[in-house]
Design a protein around this ligand. Structure first.
Ligand code: PLP
Length: 480
Protein backbone atom coordinates (compact mmCIF):
# COMPACT_ATOMS: atom_id res chain seq x y z
CA UNK A 1 0.00 0.00 0.00
CA UNK A 2 1.05 3.58 -0.54
CA UNK A 3 1.07 6.61 1.68
CA UNK A 4 -0.66 6.17 5.02
CA UNK A 5 -3.09 3.47 3.98
CA UNK A 6 -2.88 0.20 5.92
CA UNK A 7 -1.14 -2.91 4.67
CA UNK A 8 -4.08 -4.95 5.76
CA UNK A 9 -7.46 -3.38 5.10
CA UNK A 10 -9.24 -6.26 6.82
CA UNK A 11 -7.66 -5.35 10.15
CA UNK A 12 -9.00 -1.83 9.78
CA UNK A 13 -12.36 -3.20 8.71
CA UNK A 14 -12.69 -5.40 11.80
CA UNK A 15 -11.61 -2.52 14.04
CA UNK A 16 -14.26 -0.36 12.38
CA UNK A 17 -16.93 -3.00 12.89
CA UNK A 18 -15.98 -3.28 16.55
CA UNK A 19 -16.19 0.50 16.95
CA UNK A 20 -19.62 0.64 15.35
CA UNK A 21 -20.87 -2.26 17.49
CA UNK A 22 -19.52 -0.74 20.68
CA UNK A 23 -20.95 2.70 20.00
CA UNK A 24 -24.36 1.33 19.11
CA UNK A 25 -24.30 -0.77 22.30
CA UNK A 26 -23.41 2.36 24.21
CA UNK A 27 -26.37 4.28 22.75
CA UNK A 28 -28.68 1.34 23.41
CA UNK A 29 -27.71 1.06 27.09
CA UNK A 30 -27.19 4.69 28.12
CA UNK A 31 -29.55 4.40 31.07
CA UNK A 32 -27.40 1.73 32.69
CA UNK A 33 -24.58 4.18 33.33
CA UNK A 34 -24.29 7.51 35.10
CA UNK A 35 -25.01 10.79 33.30
CA UNK A 36 -21.52 11.96 34.15
CA UNK A 37 -18.76 10.82 36.42
CA UNK A 38 -15.78 12.74 37.73
CA UNK A 39 -12.55 11.82 36.00
CA UNK A 40 -10.16 10.10 38.41
CA UNK A 41 -6.84 11.98 38.60
CA UNK A 42 -4.93 8.99 37.20
CA UNK A 43 -7.19 8.92 34.13
CA UNK A 44 -6.78 12.64 33.58
CA UNK A 45 -3.03 12.22 33.81
CA UNK A 46 -3.11 9.22 31.49
CA UNK A 47 -4.85 11.31 28.82
CA UNK A 48 -1.89 13.66 28.56
CA UNK A 49 0.59 11.63 26.57
CA UNK A 50 3.72 12.74 24.78
CA UNK A 51 3.74 13.72 21.12
CA UNK A 52 3.95 10.35 19.41
CA UNK A 53 7.03 10.09 17.22
CA UNK A 54 6.61 6.37 16.63
CA UNK A 55 3.43 4.63 15.44
CA UNK A 56 0.82 3.08 17.73
CA UNK A 57 -1.62 0.46 16.43
CA UNK A 58 -5.09 2.01 16.09
CA UNK A 59 -6.45 -0.96 18.08
CA UNK A 60 -4.42 0.24 21.08
CA UNK A 61 -5.65 3.81 20.62
CA UNK A 62 -9.20 2.53 20.40
CA UNK A 63 -8.74 0.64 23.68
CA UNK A 64 -7.68 3.91 25.28
CA UNK A 65 -10.72 5.65 23.79
CA UNK A 66 -13.00 2.96 25.20
CA UNK A 67 -11.43 2.88 28.65
CA UNK A 68 -10.25 6.41 29.26
CA UNK A 69 -12.28 8.76 27.05
CA UNK A 70 -15.76 7.39 26.43
CA UNK A 71 -16.66 6.85 30.13
CA UNK A 72 -15.74 10.45 30.93
CA UNK A 73 -17.59 12.30 28.17
CA UNK A 74 -19.99 15.22 28.75
CA UNK A 75 -23.01 12.99 29.27
CA UNK A 76 -25.39 14.84 26.97
CA UNK A 77 -26.38 11.64 25.22
CA UNK A 78 -27.82 10.40 28.54
CA UNK A 79 -31.51 11.03 29.34
CA UNK A 80 -30.55 12.52 32.72
CA UNK A 81 -28.64 15.36 31.10
CA UNK A 82 -30.60 18.61 31.52
CA UNK A 83 -27.82 21.17 31.77
CA UNK A 84 -27.22 24.17 29.54
CA UNK A 85 -28.77 23.46 26.09
CA UNK A 86 -27.32 20.26 24.68
CA UNK A 87 -28.85 17.98 22.09
CA UNK A 88 -28.66 14.23 22.63
CA UNK A 89 -27.59 13.12 19.16
CA UNK A 90 -28.83 9.99 17.42
CA UNK A 91 -27.42 6.74 16.06
CA UNK A 92 -27.98 7.75 12.44
CA UNK A 93 -26.33 11.09 13.09
CA UNK A 94 -23.32 9.19 14.42
CA UNK A 95 -23.19 7.00 11.34
CA UNK A 96 -23.49 10.05 9.09
CA UNK A 97 -20.32 11.37 10.74
CA UNK A 98 -18.59 8.16 9.74
CA UNK A 99 -19.73 8.56 6.14
CA UNK A 100 -18.75 12.22 6.01
CA UNK A 101 -15.34 11.34 7.41
CA UNK A 102 -14.95 8.70 4.73
CA UNK A 103 -15.67 11.14 1.90
CA UNK A 104 -13.55 13.83 3.56
CA UNK A 105 -15.23 16.43 1.38
CA UNK A 106 -14.29 20.09 1.60
CA UNK A 107 -17.52 22.05 1.34
CA UNK A 108 -15.91 25.46 1.04
CA UNK A 109 -16.91 25.29 -2.61
CA UNK A 110 -16.37 23.61 -6.00
CA UNK A 111 -18.55 21.28 -8.00
CA UNK A 112 -19.43 18.16 -6.04
CA UNK A 113 -22.50 16.47 -4.53
CA UNK A 114 -21.79 17.32 -0.86
CA UNK A 115 -22.20 21.02 -1.74
CA UNK A 116 -25.59 20.24 -3.27
CA UNK A 117 -26.61 18.43 -0.06
CA UNK A 118 -25.70 21.52 1.95
CA UNK A 119 -27.77 23.65 -0.45
CA UNK A 120 -30.65 21.23 0.03
CA UNK A 121 -30.32 21.43 3.81
CA UNK A 122 -30.23 25.24 3.72
CA UNK A 123 -33.37 25.16 1.57
CA UNK A 124 -35.06 22.87 4.10
CA UNK A 125 -34.03 25.20 6.92
CA UNK A 126 -35.56 28.14 5.07
CA UNK A 127 -38.78 26.18 4.58
CA UNK A 128 -38.98 25.14 8.25
CA UNK A 129 -38.45 28.73 9.36
CA UNK A 130 -40.83 30.34 6.87
CA UNK A 131 -38.03 32.09 4.99
CA UNK A 132 -38.21 32.57 1.21
CA UNK A 133 -36.83 29.75 -0.94
CA UNK A 134 -34.03 31.96 -2.26
CA UNK A 135 -32.73 32.82 1.22
CA UNK A 136 -29.02 32.18 1.59
CA UNK A 137 -27.34 30.35 4.42
CA UNK A 138 -24.48 28.19 5.53
CA UNK A 139 -23.81 25.56 8.18
CA UNK A 140 -21.34 26.68 10.80
CA UNK A 141 -19.99 25.46 14.13
CA UNK A 142 -22.87 26.86 16.16
CA UNK A 143 -25.07 29.81 16.91
CA UNK A 144 -22.12 31.78 18.27
CA UNK A 145 -20.65 31.83 14.78
CA UNK A 146 -24.07 32.19 13.13
CA UNK A 147 -24.90 35.25 15.24
CA UNK A 148 -21.54 36.78 14.42
CA UNK A 149 -22.13 36.26 10.71
CA UNK A 150 -25.51 37.97 11.13
CA UNK A 151 -24.03 40.98 12.93
CA UNK A 152 -21.35 41.36 10.26
CA UNK A 153 -23.83 40.89 7.40
CA UNK A 154 -26.20 43.46 8.92
CA UNK A 155 -23.40 45.97 9.47
CA UNK A 156 -22.50 45.69 5.77
CA UNK A 157 -26.13 46.27 4.81
CA UNK A 158 -26.18 49.87 6.09
CA UNK A 159 -25.79 52.81 3.74
CA UNK A 160 -22.31 52.67 2.20
CA UNK A 161 -21.74 49.51 4.20
CA UNK A 162 -19.49 47.93 1.63
CA UNK A 163 -16.74 50.48 2.23
CA UNK A 164 -16.76 49.30 5.85
CA UNK A 165 -15.07 46.16 4.61
CA UNK A 166 -12.13 48.19 3.40
CA UNK A 167 -11.90 50.98 5.93
CA UNK A 168 -13.33 49.37 9.03
CA UNK A 169 -16.10 50.90 11.09
CA UNK A 170 -13.82 53.81 11.95
CA UNK A 171 -15.84 56.89 12.84
CA UNK A 172 -19.20 55.23 12.09
CA UNK A 173 -21.22 54.92 15.27
CA UNK A 174 -23.16 51.79 14.47
CA UNK A 175 -25.32 50.52 17.33
CA UNK A 176 -27.54 47.50 17.85
CA UNK A 177 -30.08 46.26 20.36
CA UNK A 178 -30.78 43.06 22.25
CA UNK A 179 -32.60 42.25 25.46
CA UNK A 180 -30.83 41.74 28.78
CA UNK A 181 -31.67 38.05 28.38
CA UNK A 182 -29.73 37.73 25.09
CA UNK A 183 -26.99 35.12 24.96
CA UNK A 184 -23.42 36.22 25.69
CA UNK A 185 -22.36 35.42 22.14
CA UNK A 186 -24.27 38.49 20.91
CA UNK A 187 -22.02 40.86 22.83
CA UNK A 188 -19.05 38.80 21.68
CA UNK A 189 -20.18 39.17 18.07
CA UNK A 190 -20.09 42.97 18.50
CA UNK A 191 -16.66 42.63 20.05
CA UNK A 192 -15.28 40.39 17.29
CA UNK A 193 -16.87 42.48 14.54
CA UNK A 194 -14.90 45.47 15.80
CA UNK A 195 -18.02 47.37 16.77
CA UNK A 196 -17.27 47.13 20.48
CA UNK A 197 -19.60 45.74 23.09
CA UNK A 198 -20.72 49.27 24.05
CA UNK A 199 -22.39 49.42 20.63
CA UNK A 200 -24.79 46.70 21.80
CA UNK A 201 -27.54 48.46 23.71
CA UNK A 202 -29.02 46.20 26.37
CA UNK A 203 -32.80 46.53 26.53
CA UNK A 204 -34.51 45.59 29.79
CA UNK A 205 -37.05 42.77 29.95
CA UNK A 206 -40.56 42.69 31.39
CA UNK A 207 -41.86 40.36 34.09
CA UNK A 208 -42.19 37.53 31.57
CA UNK A 209 -38.49 37.80 30.63
CA UNK A 210 -39.26 39.29 27.20
CA UNK A 211 -37.74 42.39 25.69
CA UNK A 212 -39.50 45.58 26.82
CA UNK A 213 -40.73 46.88 23.47
CA UNK A 214 -41.32 50.45 24.66
CA UNK A 215 -37.77 50.55 26.00
CA UNK A 216 -36.48 49.36 22.62
CA UNK A 217 -38.39 52.12 20.86
CA UNK A 218 -37.05 54.73 23.27
CA UNK A 219 -33.47 53.50 22.93
CA UNK A 220 -33.56 53.68 19.11
CA UNK A 221 -35.01 57.19 19.24
CA UNK A 222 -32.48 58.39 21.78
CA UNK A 223 -29.57 56.93 19.80
CA UNK A 224 -30.76 58.58 16.57
CA UNK A 225 -31.03 61.94 18.35
CA UNK A 226 -27.45 61.58 19.51
CA UNK A 227 -26.14 60.78 16.04
CA UNK A 228 -25.72 57.04 16.37
CA UNK A 229 -26.66 54.72 13.49
CA UNK A 230 -28.97 51.93 14.68
CA UNK A 231 -28.31 48.99 12.33
CA UNK A 232 -29.59 45.82 13.96
CA UNK A 233 -32.13 44.67 16.52
CA UNK A 234 -31.79 41.14 17.82
CA UNK A 235 -34.71 39.21 19.22
CA UNK A 236 -34.28 35.88 20.95
CA UNK A 237 -36.51 32.90 20.27
CA UNK A 238 -35.85 30.80 23.36
CA UNK A 239 -33.63 32.63 25.84
CA UNK A 240 -30.95 30.58 27.46
CA UNK A 241 -32.01 31.31 31.05
CA UNK A 242 -35.73 30.63 30.98
CA UNK A 243 -36.72 29.77 27.40
CA UNK A 244 -38.75 32.96 27.00
CA UNK A 245 -39.47 34.18 23.47
CA UNK A 246 -39.25 37.89 22.68
CA UNK A 247 -42.27 39.43 20.96
CA UNK A 248 -40.78 38.87 17.52
CA UNK A 249 -43.75 40.39 15.69
CA UNK A 250 -43.48 43.64 17.66
CA UNK A 251 -39.72 43.77 17.12
CA UNK A 252 -40.25 43.12 13.39
CA UNK A 253 -42.67 46.06 13.27
CA UNK A 254 -40.18 48.43 14.88
CA UNK A 255 -37.35 47.18 12.68
CA UNK A 256 -39.51 47.80 9.59
CA UNK A 257 -40.55 51.29 10.73
CA UNK A 258 -36.99 52.22 11.62
CA UNK A 259 -35.40 50.49 8.63
CA UNK A 260 -33.15 48.39 10.87
CA UNK A 261 -31.99 44.83 10.20
CA UNK A 262 -34.04 42.35 12.27
CA UNK A 263 -32.06 39.35 13.43
CA UNK A 264 -33.34 36.46 15.54
CA UNK A 265 -31.15 34.32 17.75
CA UNK A 266 -33.16 31.12 17.72
CA UNK A 267 -30.31 28.86 18.80
CA UNK A 268 -32.58 26.19 20.22
CA UNK A 269 -36.02 27.80 20.22
CA UNK A 270 -36.33 28.38 16.48
CA UNK A 271 -36.73 24.65 15.97
CA UNK A 272 -40.01 24.89 17.84
CA UNK A 273 -41.19 25.92 14.34
CA UNK A 274 -41.34 22.16 13.73
CA UNK A 275 -44.16 21.89 16.25
CA UNK A 276 -47.63 22.84 15.12
CA UNK A 277 -48.65 23.77 18.66
CA UNK A 278 -45.58 25.89 19.41
CA UNK A 279 -45.25 27.65 16.05
CA UNK A 280 -47.72 30.42 16.99
CA UNK A 281 -45.40 31.47 19.86
CA UNK A 282 -42.75 32.25 17.25
CA UNK A 283 -44.96 34.55 15.21
CA UNK A 284 -42.73 37.15 13.56
CA UNK A 285 -39.71 34.88 13.24
CA UNK A 286 -40.50 34.44 9.56
CA UNK A 287 -40.14 38.21 9.11
CA UNK A 288 -36.52 38.26 10.28
CA UNK A 289 -33.75 39.45 7.94
CA UNK A 290 -31.54 36.75 9.40
CA UNK A 291 -31.81 33.84 11.79
CA UNK A 292 -29.23 31.87 13.75
CA UNK A 293 -30.06 28.42 15.10
CA UNK A 294 -28.47 25.09 15.90
CA UNK A 295 -29.28 21.71 14.45
CA UNK A 296 -27.10 20.27 17.23
CA UNK A 297 -29.55 21.39 19.91
CA UNK A 298 -33.22 20.59 19.44
CA UNK A 299 -32.80 18.79 16.10
CA UNK A 300 -30.52 16.22 17.80
CA UNK A 301 -27.85 16.37 15.08
CA UNK A 302 -24.43 15.48 16.53
CA UNK A 303 -22.07 18.35 17.30
CA UNK A 304 -21.38 20.59 15.65
CA UNK A 305 -24.08 21.93 13.35
CA UNK A 306 -25.16 25.56 13.57
CA UNK A 307 -26.96 27.44 10.81
CA UNK A 308 -27.29 31.01 9.62
CA UNK A 309 -30.07 32.02 7.23
CA UNK A 310 -30.24 35.41 5.51
CA UNK A 311 -33.45 36.48 3.82
CA UNK A 312 -32.24 38.71 1.02
CA UNK A 313 -30.06 37.01 -1.59
CA UNK A 314 -26.71 38.74 -2.06
CA UNK A 315 -26.45 40.24 1.43
CA UNK A 316 -24.30 37.51 2.88
CA UNK A 317 -21.97 37.42 -0.10
CA UNK A 318 -21.72 41.22 0.01
CA UNK A 319 -20.35 40.85 3.52
CA UNK A 320 -18.02 37.89 3.00
CA UNK A 321 -17.16 37.12 -0.64
CA UNK A 322 -13.67 37.84 -1.92
CA UNK A 323 -12.15 37.50 -5.35
CA UNK A 324 -8.81 35.77 -5.22
CA UNK A 325 -6.86 34.32 -8.12
CA UNK A 326 -6.26 30.99 -6.42
CA UNK A 327 -10.00 30.61 -5.79
CA UNK A 328 -11.29 31.63 -9.19
CA UNK A 329 -14.64 30.17 -10.23
CA UNK A 330 -14.84 28.53 -13.63
CA UNK A 331 -17.75 27.83 -15.99
CA UNK A 332 -17.08 24.08 -15.88
CA UNK A 333 -14.89 21.52 -14.17
CA UNK A 334 -14.30 21.07 -10.47
CA UNK A 335 -13.79 24.82 -9.98
CA UNK A 336 -17.35 25.58 -11.15
CA UNK A 337 -20.66 25.62 -9.31
CA UNK A 338 -20.47 29.18 -7.89
CA UNK A 339 -21.50 30.67 -5.55
CA UNK A 340 -19.46 28.77 -3.02
CA UNK A 341 -20.18 28.43 0.66
CA UNK A 342 -16.89 30.16 1.47
CA UNK A 343 -18.56 33.33 0.11
CA UNK A 344 -21.13 33.26 2.91
CA UNK A 345 -18.99 33.24 6.03
CA UNK A 346 -15.43 33.42 7.31
CA UNK A 347 -14.48 29.76 6.73
CA UNK A 348 -12.80 28.56 3.56
CA UNK A 349 -12.24 24.88 4.28
CA UNK A 350 -15.39 23.35 5.71
CA UNK A 351 -16.40 19.77 6.44
CA UNK A 352 -19.50 17.94 5.26
CA UNK A 353 -21.72 18.95 8.21
CA UNK A 354 -24.71 18.86 5.94
CA UNK A 355 -24.72 15.07 5.71
CA UNK A 356 -25.61 14.48 9.37
CA UNK A 357 -28.33 17.14 9.15
CA UNK A 358 -29.67 15.62 5.93
CA UNK A 359 -29.61 12.12 7.45
CA UNK A 360 -31.27 13.18 10.68
CA UNK A 361 -34.06 15.19 9.01
CA UNK A 362 -34.49 12.45 6.43
CA UNK A 363 -34.62 9.58 8.92
CA UNK A 364 -37.19 11.13 11.21
CA UNK A 365 -38.98 13.67 9.04
CA UNK A 366 -40.19 17.04 10.25
CA UNK A 367 -43.44 15.66 11.70
CA UNK A 368 -41.68 13.28 14.09
CA UNK A 369 -39.09 15.89 15.00
CA UNK A 370 -41.89 18.35 15.76
CA UNK A 371 -43.50 15.74 18.04
CA UNK A 372 -40.15 15.24 19.76
CA UNK A 373 -39.98 19.01 20.42
CA UNK A 374 -43.51 18.82 21.88
CA UNK A 375 -42.51 15.84 24.00
CA UNK A 376 -39.56 17.77 25.47
CA UNK A 377 -41.95 20.61 26.36
CA UNK A 378 -44.38 18.13 27.92
CA UNK A 379 -41.58 16.76 30.10
CA UNK A 380 -40.72 20.35 31.13
CA UNK A 381 -44.39 21.00 31.96
CA UNK A 382 -44.44 17.82 34.05
CA UNK A 383 -41.36 19.01 35.91
CA UNK A 384 -42.92 22.42 36.51
CA UNK A 385 -46.03 20.80 38.00
CA UNK A 386 -43.90 18.58 40.21
CA UNK A 387 -41.87 21.58 41.42
CA UNK A 388 -45.09 23.46 42.16
CA UNK A 389 -46.36 20.57 44.27
CA UNK A 390 -43.21 20.13 46.37
CA UNK A 391 -43.28 22.33 49.49
CA UNK A 392 -39.49 22.64 49.58
CA UNK A 393 -39.22 23.75 45.96
CA UNK A 394 -39.93 27.14 44.45
CA UNK A 395 -40.33 27.75 40.73
CA UNK A 396 -38.52 30.89 39.56
CA UNK A 397 -39.82 31.52 36.04
CA UNK A 398 -42.76 30.73 33.80
CA UNK A 399 -42.27 27.66 31.61
CA UNK A 400 -43.21 28.62 28.07
CA UNK A 401 -41.04 26.11 26.28
CA UNK A 402 -38.64 23.48 27.62
CA UNK A 403 -36.71 25.15 30.46
CA UNK A 404 -37.63 24.98 34.14
CA UNK A 405 -35.87 27.19 36.71
CA UNK A 406 -36.45 26.42 40.36
CA UNK A 407 -34.68 26.25 43.69
CA UNK A 408 -34.76 24.50 46.99
CA UNK A 409 -36.09 26.84 49.62
CA UNK A 410 -35.40 26.03 53.26
CA UNK A 411 -35.04 28.37 56.23
CA UNK A 412 -31.78 29.51 57.83
CA UNK A 413 -29.46 28.81 54.95
CA UNK A 414 -27.89 30.88 52.19
CA UNK A 415 -30.01 29.67 49.29
CA UNK A 416 -27.70 30.63 46.42
CA UNK A 417 -24.92 28.66 48.04
CA UNK A 418 -27.16 25.69 48.86
CA UNK A 419 -28.63 25.40 45.38
CA UNK A 420 -25.23 25.70 43.76
CA UNK A 421 -23.87 22.92 45.98
CA UNK A 422 -26.88 20.72 45.31
CA UNK A 423 -26.30 20.87 41.58
CA UNK A 424 -22.67 19.85 42.05
CA UNK A 425 -23.83 17.02 44.34
CA UNK A 426 -26.29 15.93 41.67
CA UNK A 427 -23.64 15.88 38.95
CA UNK A 428 -21.40 13.75 41.12
CA UNK A 429 -24.29 11.40 41.94
CA UNK A 430 -24.54 10.50 38.25
CA UNK A 431 -28.34 10.64 38.46
CA UNK A 432 -29.01 13.87 36.61
CA UNK A 433 -27.16 16.90 35.33
CA UNK A 434 -29.09 20.17 35.38
CA UNK A 435 -27.11 23.43 35.39
CA UNK A 436 -27.55 26.71 37.26
CA UNK A 437 -28.31 30.27 36.28
CA UNK A 438 -29.40 33.50 37.93
CA UNK A 439 -33.09 34.38 37.64
CA UNK A 440 -34.35 37.60 39.18
CA UNK A 441 -31.09 37.92 41.11
CA UNK A 442 -31.18 34.47 42.72
CA UNK A 443 -29.42 31.23 41.85
CA UNK A 444 -31.68 28.78 40.09
CA UNK A 445 -31.39 25.10 39.34
CA UNK A 446 -32.07 25.05 35.65
CA UNK A 447 -33.32 22.01 33.74
CA UNK A 448 -33.45 22.37 29.96
CA UNK A 449 -35.18 19.44 28.32
CA UNK A 450 -33.47 19.26 24.94
CA UNK A 451 -32.65 15.57 24.82
CA UNK A 452 -35.16 13.38 22.96
CA UNK A 453 -34.37 10.56 25.42
CA UNK A 454 -35.49 12.44 28.53
CA UNK A 455 -38.91 11.35 29.81
CA UNK A 456 -41.05 12.38 32.79
CA UNK A 457 -39.54 9.62 34.97
CA UNK A 458 -36.08 11.13 34.43
CA UNK A 459 -37.08 14.56 35.73
CA UNK A 460 -38.84 12.87 38.67
CA UNK A 461 -35.60 11.04 39.47
CA UNK A 462 -33.83 14.41 39.34
CA UNK A 463 -36.31 16.04 41.73
CA UNK A 464 -36.20 13.03 44.09
CA UNK A 465 -32.42 13.28 44.16
CA UNK A 466 -32.47 17.07 44.76
CA UNK A 467 -34.81 16.61 47.71
CA UNK A 468 -32.79 13.73 49.12
CA UNK A 469 -29.49 15.59 48.75
CA UNK A 470 -31.02 18.70 50.33
CA UNK A 471 -32.23 16.67 53.28
CA UNK A 472 -28.85 15.04 53.70
CA UNK A 473 -27.23 18.47 53.79
CA UNK A 474 -29.82 20.00 56.08
CA UNK A 475 -30.64 17.16 58.40
CA UNK A 476 -34.20 18.08 57.47
CA UNK A 477 -35.09 14.41 57.63
CA UNK A 478 -34.67 14.45 61.39
CA UNK A 479 -36.54 17.70 61.86
CA UNK A 480 -39.54 16.66 59.82
C1 PLP B 1 -26.61 27.80 22.74
C2 PLP B 1 -27.01 29.20 22.46
C3 PLP B 1 -26.18 30.07 21.74
C4 PLP B 1 -24.79 29.68 21.33
O1 PLP B 1 -24.84 28.64 20.42
P1 PLP B 1 -23.60 27.67 20.22
O2 PLP B 1 -24.11 26.67 19.26
O3 PLP B 1 -23.29 27.09 21.57
O4 PLP B 1 -22.48 28.48 19.70
C5 PLP B 1 -26.66 31.31 21.42
N1 PLP B 1 -27.89 31.71 21.81
C6 PLP B 1 -28.71 30.92 22.53
C7 PLP B 1 -30.06 31.42 22.91
C8 PLP B 1 -28.29 29.63 22.88
O5 PLP B 1 -29.12 28.83 23.57
Amino acid sequence: MTGLDPDNWDDLRSLGHRMVDDMIDRLATLRDGPVWRPMPPEIRTALHTDLPAAPTPPEALYDRFRDQIAPYATGNTHPGFMGWVHGGGTGVGMLAELLAGGLNANCGGRDHAPVEIERTVIGWAAEIMGFPADATGVLVTGSSMANMIAVITASRAVADGITLRQRGVGGRQLVGYAAATAHGCIARAFDLAGLGTDALRIIPVDSTHRMDIQALRAAVESDRQQGFEPFIVIGTAGTVDTGSIDDLGAIADIAAQEDIWFHVDGAFGALAMLSRTLRPHLRGLDRADSLAFDFHKWAQVPYDAGCILVREPGRQAAAFAQSLAYLSREDRGLAGNAPWFCDLGPDLSRGFRALKVWMTLGTYGTVRLGQMVDECCAVAAHLARRVDREPLLERLAPVGLNIVCFRVRVPDVELDWLNGELVKDLHESGIAAPSTTMVGGVKAIRAAIVNHRTVAADVDLMVDAVLRLAQERQGLGQRA
